[in-house]
Structure formats: structure tokens, C-alpha cells
Design a binder for this molecule. Structure first.
Ligand code: AIR
Length: 179
């Protein structure tokens, strides 16, 4: 079990993934949490390869004050579901593209949870990783005015980026129309 701890005290969010090979895809999740000033820690613990370590870790993380778990895995992505069986705190599941099935395998594993054991599923891959960070922020914002302010600021900033009535022909990044 490897635990990679960000240089911040008392993490509110624990990000767990099934393999070190998942870490590059999770970069956006860490960046989003940092952008909100939310303390987090990251761990590599596979539900299949290190099930006992996962159980121990969840108990320790809860005791340390972690409020939300983000769990990411590819292939048969049971990590979010197993994690949700081990904690009563919110679990956000990020399905990752593990190869042959393009992440559909992980997506189904994440969202098709049995009643009583909820996992909040986000999109496959990098978009989902970022949204896991945003969703964690929104949940924490319910009880934390400082984070609520950050969430509001992000939404305002994002909304300001709308570009009504542009001329796409003047945009050098838009490929020239053919035919
Ligand atoms: N995985 C690891 N244990 C259980 C699962 N489902 C996932 C990892 C990774 C993929 O299997 O989350 O996305 C491949 O892992 P690796 O270590 O072979 O690169």
C-alpha cells in the first residue's frame, strides 16, 4: 500500500485509486481540489489486490477526519463500491479507461451499485476526475462557507467564458471549412 500525502494538514478528501498507473488521469482531480483550497490525500490501494489494506485505510482515514472519499479504478472497478461498503461517508466513483472496453466496464461497475450502498458516479477518465473534485467541493460547501465562496467564484468565472455570436472563421484554431 502506498500513501501519497499532499503537504497539507487534516485532509477532508481522500482520493484512492487501484493502481499507480491511474495517477496521471487523476491529476485534474488533485488540481481542482487544490484550486478550492481543499486539503486532500491520495492512496494507491486496489480493492482486489490489497483488500485488507483498504479496510484498514478507510477506518484510519475516517478517524483522521476525512469527510469524502473519491475512488478511481479501471477494468472491473470495484474499488468505489467496496469503499462505499466500508464507510457511511459519501463516495464519488471515477471510472477509468482501462483499455479494451474503453472504460464502459468501469462505468457499469461504478454506477450499478445495489440499493443501500450508494456511489456517486462521474464521467469516464479525466473529465470525471475533475468533476469528482468539483462534486466533493460542492458537498463540503454545504457546511463550509469558505469553500462555498470558492465554488460560487468558480461558477461565476466559468459562466463569464461564454462567447455569444463569435465568427469561427476568424479563429485560427478552427480548421478551414471544405467543400
Ligand atoms: N484495478 C486494480 N485493481 C483492481 C482494479 N480494477 C485497476 C486499476 C487500473 C487497472 O486495473 O485501477 O485502472 C490496471 O492496473 P495495473 O496496475 O495493471 O496498471
Amino acid at each position: 500500500m502506498a500513501i501519497l500525502t499532499a503537504m497539507v494538514p487534516t485532509p477532508l478528501v481522500a482520493v484512492v485509486c487501484g493502481s499507480r498507473s491511474d495517477l496521471p488521469t487523476l491529476r485534474g482531480c488533485f488540481d481542482v481540489l487544490d484550486s478550492y483550497g481543499i486539503a486532500w490525500e491520495a492512496s494507491v490501494i486496489s480493492a482486489h489486490r490489497q483488500p485488507e489494506a483498504l479496510g484498514r485505510y478507510v477506518g484510519e482515514a475516517e478517524a483522521a477526519g476525512v469527510r469524502i472519499f473519491i475512488a478511481a479504478a479501471g477494468l472491473a472497478a470495484h474499488l468505489p463500491g467496496v469503499l462505499a461498503s466500508l464507510t457511511g461517508r459519501p463516495v464519488i466513483g471515477v471510472p477509468l479507461d482501462g483499455g479494451t472496453l474503453g472504460g464502459a466496464d468501469a462505468l457499469y461497475s461504478v454506477v450499478q451499485m445495489p440499493p443501500g450502498v450508494p456511489v456517486a458516479g462521474v464521467a469516464i477518465g479525466g473529465a470525471g476526475a475533475r468533476n469528482a473534485g468539483h462534486l466533493a467541493a460542492r458537498i463540503l460547501a454545504l457546511g463550509d462557507p469558505a469553500i462555498a465562496e470558492q465554488v460560487a467564484a468558480f461558477r461565476t468565472e466559468q459562466a463569464a467564458k461564454a462567447e455569444p455570436r463569435i465568427d469561427p472563421r476568424a479563429d485560427a484554431t478552427t480548421p478551414a471549412a471544405r467543400g
